[in-house]
Design a protein around this ligand. Structure first.
Ligand SMILES: Nc1ncnc2c1ncn2[C@@H]1O[C@H](COP(=O)(O)OP(=O)(O)OP(=O)(O)O)[C@@H](O)[C@H]1O
Ligand SMILES: [Mg+2]
Length: 373
């Protein structure tokens, strides 16, 4: 069944509802077909997970590949990672649960796995008890040995990969890297949003993952492509949107995928069959009104000073040279070092992000709200 509203705001549906990303998808597919691993990174909500789904959608038609996806954001240690990894990949290539249990029993002898059964599907799942880095290493070796003996081409996407740096165990990167390196025939997509962490994992000389993958930085969707996509989706629904209204949507949202999708979804959901610039502005206004409680809550979570700096960044659009005299005096911010400290904290809280020399507020709707005073 097709979605009622062509502007998807969560998950992936099919290529029809996915805008462009042709080059990025082709590049990733080419890498995987030729045995190269990928690191896919960008700011939040730009479409990394969607792109992985999109790539998988295409690879699924190729029976050669077996595809696995895991989002490791909920994991807090190496043991959690390995158990999620095991639960994701083990048993999925077996036709019958008995075969799987037999294989697992043989393969994991010595590391005391506990097998339980999913109450809904009846499928066996494995719980591995990991006490030390050696246990972790051994378990990973076994899992990879299991995948290898299936003789299949395997792609494993690990989303929110930056999470591994917060694991308390030592040598996490080295343990993972060593096992991944041994895994011939298995290719990986590592994906995440905290660019500086991912760059330090994959591009820092001397680190275990140094230059082990092809780096793909996801950029914004090209404006003219997105505009065409928006106009055609409205047209399909017998709704008309002017070029300038589509452009306005993209400008309001700074071509940030999630926000564009959200605003378009709302506009499409209106009874109006003609989408004009005033209607776009009006709809934005009602979104901001609805979100007000959330924004006020943000304000309560920040110090007054951090909030002031955030507002200054919103006003400026992009805050080039935010520690400059002009900027500081214009917004009454005191000293460069206090601005610096506040910005650092806003970056850590993922309220703002940095692109080249500019700072932006992550949530474009919050930015529009801040600007409205
Ligand atoms: N090319 C696209 N065309 C249309 N919608 C898209 C496209 N890419 C992503 N989306 C939609 O935009 C939203 C954000 O995308 P997604 O969740 O993939 O971003 P992300 O980069 O993985 O974010 P995060 O860093 O928070 O995990 C989703 O609702 C998704 O459906
Ligand atoms: Mg994601």
């Amino acid at each position: 069944m097709k979605p009622q509203n062509p502007f998807i705001v969560s998950g992936y549906y099919s290529p029809e509802f996915f805008c462009n990303r042709k080059n990025e998808a082709a590049r990733i597919i080419n890498a995987l077909e030729n045995g190269r691993n990928i690191t896919l990174f960008s700011i939040r909500r730009l479409g990394k997970t969607g792109l992985i789904d999109h790539v998988f959608y295409h690879l699924k038609t190729n029976k050669k590949f077996h595809l696995f996806y895991l989002d490791i954001l909920p994991t807090t240690d190496l043991s959690g990672f390995i158990n999620l990894f095991a639960a994701t990949v083990l048993g999925k290539l077996e036709s019958a649960p008995e075969k799987f249990i037999k294989k697992i029993g043989d393969l994991f002898a010595g590391i005391r796995p506990a097998i339980s059964f999913d109450p809904y599907t009846g499928m066996p799942t494995l719980q591995i008890n990991i006490q030390s880095t050696e246990d972790a290493d051994k378990s990973l070796q076994k899992i990879f040995a299991y995948l290898k003996q299936t003789g299949k081409n395997i792609v494993i996407a690990i989303d929110e990969f930056q999470q591994i740096v917060s694991y308390p165990e030592k040598n996490v990167e080295a343990v993972l890297r060593t096992n991944i390196q041994r895994a011939a025939g298995i290719n990986f997509i590592f994906s995440g949003s905290q660019t500086h962490i991912l760059l330090s994992i994959f591009s820092q000389y001397g680190k275990p993952f140094y230059q082990s993958t092809e780096m793909v930085q996801l950029e914004r969707i090209e404006k003219s492509e997105y505009s065409k996509f928006i106009i055609s989706k409205f047209e399909r629904g017998k709704k008309k949107i002017s070029d300038s209204a589509a452009e306005l949507i993209l400008d309001i949202c700074r071509v940030h995928t999630y926000y564009v999708q959200f605003l378009c979804n709302r506009l499409y959901g209106l009874k109006n069959n003609l989408i004009t610039e005033p209607l776009v502005r009006e709809t934005l206004k009602s979104i901001l009104k609805e979100n007000e409680a959330v924004y006020i809550n943000y304000r309560n979570l920040l110090t007054d000073y951090q909030w002031k700096v955030l507002t200054a960044i919103a006003y400026e659009g992009n805050a080039k040279l935010i520690t400059s005299k002009d900027f500081i005096s214009k917004h009454h911010l005191g000293t460069p070092s206090s601005v610096h400290t506040a910005v650092k904290s806003l970056l850590e809280k993922e309220m703002v992000y940095k692109e080249q020399d500019d700072y932006f507020i992550y949530d474009v709707f919050l930015e529009r709200w801040l600007e409205s005073f």
